[in-house]
Write a protein that binds this ligand. Sequence first.
Ligand SMILES: Cc1cc2nc3c(=O)[nH]c(=O)nc-3n(C[C@H](O)[C@H](O)[C@H](O)COP(=O)(O)O)c2cc1C
Length: 183
Amino acid sequence: MTIKCRLGVDEFDSDNYFSIFMAAMHEAGCLDWVIHARIALLEGLSTKENREVPPLQYSRVWKLKELFPYARITINGGIDTAELVATQLQKVDGVMLGRWAITFPWDMRMLQEQYFSDNQSLLTRDELIEKYLAFLHKHHDDRDFAFSYKIRHLSALFSGESHARRWRSMIANSQNIEDVVVA
Ligand SMILES: Cc1cc2nc3c(=O)[nH]c(=O)nc-3n(C[C@H](O)[C@H](O)[C@H](O)COP(=O)(O)O)c2cc1C
């Protein structure tokens, strides 16, 4: 079991409160944590605002790792450069990336190259697009997800590069999988 949580909620945001929670969860057999290094403010902030407004408090997560060295702690929140990843990995066991991975998926290849030795499996961008299209073909009839949702990550593949907008609009203007394949 892995627990994914924040450092606190509203007034329940002290290190002491979180430590009691961790100790109780450890007692129940949970050693794996993903901690979003902010509290949540449920009164007055939207879900989106709650991802940005409460300040990041990385040092509180680092302190928890010191207090509970046997716990496997993955830190999350606002990590969007290779430098930040490297800094965090000196303090905790892992890093979880949310919006960076969604917005700049191709950057994940650089991290794969840097942190995982099995680089045989690194794909070129063309190979990746081919695989993605094969995935889309496979899930062509899957009505649980809208087409726009299925192509979301493909559409972000060139984010930050000069032709990113052209690529995005080409993908967005395709009405179905056949269009994407032809494009
Ligand atoms: C579109 C979107 C949906 C999310 N849905 C969930 C969710 O269902 N459960 C969850 O624990 N966190 C969810 N999160 C929060 C992320 O897991 C993560 O904690 C947060 O985005 C902070 O990390 P980041 O700064 O790397 O994005 C979501 C985030 C985004 C952007």
